[in-house]
Design a protein around this ligand. Sequence first.
Ligand code: THU
Length: 163
Amino acid sequence: TTLVPARVEIPERTVWVDLHLITDLLAKARHAATLACAPFSHFHVGAALIMADDPDHTVITGANVENSSLSLTQCAERTALYFAAAQGFRKLRYLAVSCAATTPATPIRDRSPCGSCRQVIREFSTPETLIFLDTGGPHLGADVFDVDRLLPHGFLFKGRPAS
Ligand code: THU
């Protein structure tokens, strides 16, 4: 048997962003976190996004909403993305995520989207989509990901034409 390793290497990439716009998005994600409904975990997460196919570039925000069942809890990223999709938009341009408890010492895994959200982000992404994870603290800083970095080899079902 020959085992062929998956091609996991993702080439380095440089992106240019409007710092003003990203700063605003991160600030709005931080504010959205203050609106989280998280009586069980007390882990407050906010998301703010702009859809590429929204001509008005409206900033849409979301927060995590927990449920007594626990399993029906919805993350901030999906709250915002599903709202955007329900407005008719399909292409995510920028997404900022902020966990209220984050400090610059917090490792990325403690403040980054869960696997389910990564898959939903993937569904509405293009190669231009960028995800900013708030580093927390007094300054607005973020780790930047594109979707290949957030979810390597992410599943995308093209479906088949409606008959
Ligand atoms: N949560 C989010 O909203 N986004 C993430 O990226 C990770 C986790 C929420 C779900 C739950 O309400 C709380 O954080 C603890 O897991």
